[in-house]
Design a protein around this ligand. Structure first.
Ligand code: HPA
Length: 251
């Protein structure tokens, strides 16, 4: 039986469509997750929901306990995880308000606990990360978007920076040369940790600003939040349709 876990990011502190009926305080071998995991119904199926930055949102990207969050999801029975990320847009099509189902990652983060493998259990773990997002889950998200007539980018390279500051214009030019379409701060190591535990993982990125140096007005958190508030409702609809198509009934 497959079960969806949702890790919400900035601007997605809850899902209006989620009817919560339980809360799990999970303790893990890696410390505490960002907060209690909510259990509830999204349409016809039970899902788990966790706010990556905590509630209220106070945990910065480099302080998130990604290992505990992913471990907690699996321990409650999630087989699949969708991570929601607010990002800056780099590619020409990645304008504010755009939803993107990325297909690739470049990881620029450092100093984060990025593996469950601490080398102590007598084996070395080298996961295949050629395709960092689960193909089937991505396709299911794209199919849900089509059902809901939600216009979104079907692929994109997600560059994950350390934060918590935004980038310099030169850094964004370098990311563009590297082939990044999007820039965020929380996509890694979440995706790799999910792969290490055998969870199917995909992301939904919400572009909330042109990346540094690409817009004609200074970056402002207020403007980002305005877009997030609008897009969160669309993401809720997308996830509800995903759940109806893939996570309802026995399989
Ligand atoms: N850069 C990094 N992370 C972000 C951005 C950005 O421009 N916008 C939202 N999250």
């Amino acid at each position: 039986m497959s079960c969806l876990g949702i890790i919400g990011g900035t601007g997605l502190s809850d899902l209006p469509e989620l009817v919560a009926y339980g809360e799990h305080e999970v303790s893990t071998p890696y410390g505490a997750p960002s907060g209690p995991l909510l259990e509830g119904r999204l349409g016809e199926a039970a899902v788990f929901f966790l706010h990556r930055h905590g509630g209220p949102a106070t945990i910065p990207p480099h302080r998130i306990n990604y290992r505990a969050n992913i471990w907690a999801m699996q321990s409650l029975g999630a087989s699949d995880v969708v991570g929601i990320n607010a990002v800056g847009g780099i590619g020409a099509a990645m304008h504010p308000g755009r939803l993107v189902i990325p297909d690739q990652i470049i990881d620029y983060t450092w100093g984060r606990e990025h593996s469950f493998d601490d080398g102590r259990d007598g084996r070395l773990l080298h996961i295949d990360f050629t395709e960092p997002y689960d193909r089937e889950l991505r396709l299911a998200l794209l199919a849900a978007a089509e059902t809901e007539q939600i216009d979104c980018e079907r692929a994109g390279v997600h560059g994950v920076m350390q934060g918590p500051r935004l980038e310099t214009a030169a850094e964004v030019r370098k990311l563009a040369r590297d082939g990044c379409d999007l820039v965020g701060m929380t996509g890694m190591p979440e995706a790799a940790l999910a792969r290490e535990l055998g969870l199917s993982y995909a992301a939904v990125c919400m572009v909330v600003n042109p990346a540094a140096g690409l817009g004609d007005v200074p970056l402002s958190q207020a403007a980002m939040h305005q877009i997030l508030n609008r897009e969160a409702a669309v993401v809720g609809r997308l996830l509800q349709t995903l759940v109806a198509a893939r996570f309802t009934g026995a399989d």
